[in-house]
Design a protein around this ligand. Structure first.
Ligand code: HEC
Length: 129
């Protein structure tokens, strides 16, 4: 039974959106942060369409205001970011970016960064305005 617990935690974590029990996930010695990892990830994989400096006609359909070029934008949209980048099973790829790109390992690190760093920061953050 004991060995099943992390597996169940992972499965439920992937199925649901929002903060989860992170005891097993968040044991990296130097945690992933926006500065050390997240900013580079969204810059590479998301900001080409989701950036406040990209004009309406250049966003390739990304909704106006759904911008991840600041940490405030990431905090505001984290639940939706998580929902759209979950790999629901090995056979199904993340919905964002639309053309793919991030490796399974990067998506796993994204999940870890969101759970271990972004959600805790969001709890301390009051929201936009
Ligand atoms: C090639 C352009 C492009 C890239 C790159 C891209 N997106 Fe999107 N994104 C879109 C389009 C188009 C939509 C609107 C259609 C839709 O929702 O599927 C969208 C919508 C969204 C939404 C808002 C809709 C919702 O479900 O709430 C989120 C959140 C999102 N993308 C997250 C991401 C993340 C995270 C990345 C990077 C891992 C990313 N996107 C990369 C084009 C892009």
């Amino acid at each position: 039974m004991h060995r099943l617990v992390p597996v169940l935690a992972l499965v439920s974590g992937l199925a649901a959106c929002g903060p989860e029990d992170t005891d097993d996930l968040c044991d990296r010695e130097v945690p992933l942060t926006y500065q050390s990892w997240g900013q580079g990830f969204v810059h590479t994989h998301c900001n080409g369409c989701h950036s406040s400096i990209i004009a309406e006609g250049q966003r390739r359909g990304a909704p106006l205001g759904v911008d991840f070029d600041t940490y405030g934008g990431v905090l505001q949209w984290v639940e939706r970011i998580e929902d759209r980048t979950i790999i629901a099973g090995q056979e199904e790829r993340a919905q964002m970016p639309p053309g793919g790109g991030p490796t399974a390992e990067e998506l796993q690190m994204l999940h870890e960064w969101i759970q271990c760093s972004v959600y805790p920061d969001k709890q301390e953050w009051g929201g936009p305005e």
